[in-house]
Design a protein around this ligand. Structure first.
Ligand code: UDP
Ligand code: MG
Length: 309
């Protein structure tokens, strides 16, 4: 019998978990041809998530959980799940019921057709601030045009991954993780299905704009070095501009005998150049900082307790 792991990272989800468990058991009850593992990763929740998980485990032996030693972030929690999933395929989903368990059947159909990575694209983005939507679309645009990776907008972590993909992802142990980019990087045979994303029922989203920006920076810096070329490009443009301006000033002074009034031009030039330099140093710093973090080779996550894995 083929085994399917449902992998769910949880951070302060005590209010969502009972409803999630109910809906999920209903769905998997309709598919007795598979053996199921419900693998929940408690990502250092500060509420009662862990005791809810322990309760569920006491009731149902298909439930397994990993308790991380602190909050490592969703990306790291998912790697912990990949490391401990024992299924022939793994379905990754959110705990807040924004990813409807009813779609799992469709994901499995794609898998049975022979696809390795069946991902669910949301048809509508649900309720969301306009700025967040724009930034998100701009980010995908940038990533798609500066890399050869097809990182798709409106596609998240809700997907089914074959064992081949899980083993590939387990090999990618980088600390500044952007799993969405990694799914694109590993390749394999992909299939798209669509679903309607619901709104979060309980609790609140833990991804504010800063956390999303950090994730986006991690995505850009781990998949493309194009921003580093910006410094070179800006340097070239500024030098060329300065050269032509020099010619102009020279001609003006020699032929027309017009003395150059210095201060405004000088201050503008200095400020502009300082800005360009700081920007370039900042971009280099972003990459250097990540090199620093990677060279320490710390583990991506630490486990406090495991049950059933
Ligand atoms: N999550 C996590 N660790 C974190 C933040 C979030 O494991 O540090 C989990 C969370 O419990 C949920 C999923 O990641 O299952 C998505 O989080 P959320 O709903 O807050 O994000 P959004 O849907 O707003 O992108
Ligand atoms: Mg959510």
């Amino acid at each position: 019998m083929k085994k399917i792991t449902l992998l769910i990272p949880c951070y302060n989800e005590e209010a969502s978990l009972p409803a999630l468990y109910d809906r999920m058991t209903q769905v998997i009850g309709g598919m007795p041809q598979y053996e199921w593992q419900l693998l929940l990763v408690n990502d250092g929740s500060t509420d009662g998530t862990l005791s809810v998980l322990a309760d569920l485990r006491a009731r149902d032996p298909r439930v397994c959980y990993i308790d991380l030693s602190r909050n490592f972030g969703k990306e790291s929690a998912m790697l912990a799940g990949f490391d401990h999933a024992s299924g022939d395929a793994v379905v990754v989903m959110d705990a807040d019921l924004q990813h409807p368990p009813e779609v799992i059947g469709q994901l499995l159909e794609g898998w049975e057709e022979g696809y390795d990575d069946v991902y669910a694209r949301r048809e509508s983005r649900g309720r969301e601030p306009l700025l967040r939507r724009w930034l998100s679309l701009a980010y995908y645009h940038l990533l798609q045009h500066s890399t050869r990776l097809n990182v798709l907008p409106n596609v998240g972590d809700f997907r089914l991954l074959d064992r081949k993909c899980i083993d590939a992802l387990k090999g990618l142990r980088e600390r500044a993780r952007n799993t969405k980019g990694l799914y694109a990087w590993i390749g394999f045979k992909k299939k798209e299905i669509t679903f309607v994303q619901g709104d979060r029922k309980e609790g609140k989203s833990s991804f504010n704009i800063w956390r999303l920006l950090k994730l986006a920076m991690d995505g850009i810096t781990s998949f493309t070095t194009a921003p580093l070329r910006i410094a070179t490009l800006l340097g070239l443009i500024v030098s060329l501009g300065a050269f032509f301006y020099m010619c102009y000033v020279l001609v003006k002074t020699l032929i027309m005998g017009d003395p150059v009034a210095g201060f405004p031009t000088l201050i503008v030039a200095i400020l502009f150049l300082s800005g360009v330099q700081l920007l370039s140093i900042g971009i280099i710093g972003e990459y250097l900082g990540r090199v620093f973090i990677e060279t320490k080779e710390r583990p991506v996550y630490l486990i406090r307790e495991k049950q059933g894995v």
